[in-house]
Design a protein around this ligand. Structure first.
Ligand code: 48H
Length: 264
């Protein structure tokens, strides 16, 4: 009976359309006020989201692109293998990404497996990822950042003059990668008031993998009231070197920012 019913099920296009609109809207409304809003679904942002959601925090990640994963899909020069150092392996084990030992202290993963597993694990832990949405500004109250200003990425791509909407968050994480876009918006609009030596972004330094991977975790911290930086954005803000196609620091930075926020 069940099988027969399945074979003969009639499909109504309007039901399909309503399902998409209603279910998405329900979620979107629910996530307009969250504990933590993360900008960027790269390795750092998704790892941060996973560790926060695991501790039952309400987390939304806003990602500009259609796909999540940021710079991780292409491994190094489009060869789809990622390299991880020993200290980051426990995170890969925890989220279920298979590793292959290359030599002592160095592991490789399939970049496609790494991105898809990280994304799936974060979502299953409770993170809600909204792709195709760009963060174009921040919301403030008396010098404190209280939320994000969002618009569909297609709006800016098509150069349309359409006003954005907002999402409120107790904490915000800039995980936008090399450009540290949210921190840049803050300095442009609020002035050079960051928790750096100059109050401004110190800028990313040239390649030095060992130091870059070390400083990225140290530089993962609060940069302005309620605003944290993680991943490449942390070295761009606090002046650490780039590290090339090794991704352990991104996961460790995501884990670190989650710990910092959870300790508040
Ligand atoms: C919504 C946005 C916005 C915005 C950007 O670049 P990512 O992968 O960032 P990380 O820090 O997780 O990882 C960095 C790593 O990929 C890398 O580039 C390395 C290790 N480089 C070393 C080197 O030497 O070059 O992801 C950031 C994500 C992307 O998906 C962007 O689309 C997204 O953030 N994003 N989303 N609103 N305003 N800006």
């Amino acid at each position: 009976m069940g099988k027969k019913a399945e074979k003969t099920q009639k499909l109504d296009e309007i039901v399909i359309s309503r399902a998409i609109i209603e279910e998405f809207t329900k979620d979107f409304l629910e996530y307009l006020e969250v504990d933590v809003a993360i900008v960027g679904a790269g390795p750092a942002g998704m790892t941060a989201g996973y560790y926060l959601a695991k501790k039952k925090k309400k987390v939304a990640i806003f990602e500009r692109k259609l796909s999540v994963g940021g710079g991780m899909w292409g491994g190094g020069i489009m060869l789809n293998r990622c390299v991880f150092q020993e200290v980051s392996k426990s995170i890969l084990d925890e989220i279920g990404v298979r590793t292959s030992k290359y030599r002592k202290g160095y592991y490789t993963t399939d970049s496609l497996e790494t991105v898809s597993t990280l994304c799936s694990t974060a979502i299953k832990a409770g993170v809600r990822i909204f792709n195709l949405l760009s963060v174009e500004d921040v919301m403030i109250r008396k010098d404190i950042i209280t939320g994000l200003v969002l618009n569909w990425s297609a709006v800016s791509l098509a150069n349309l003059h359409v006003d954005p909407i907002t999402a409120r968050a107790k904490y915000i994480v800039d995980a936008t990668g090399h450009d540290a876009e949210i921190v840049r918006i803050v300095t442009r609009k609020i002035g050079k008031k960051l928790y750096t030596e100059t109050g401004d972004l110190l800028g990313e330094k040239p390649m030095w993998a060992e130091i870059g991977e070390k400083t990225i975790v140290e530089n993962t911290k609060k940069v302005y009231p309620n605003l944290y930086v993680a991943g490449m954005a942390a070295n761009a803000v606090f002046g650490g070197p780039r590290m090339g196609p090794i991704f352990g620091g991104m996961l460790l930075s995501g884990q670190r920012v989650a710990e910092l926020i959870l300790s508040r």
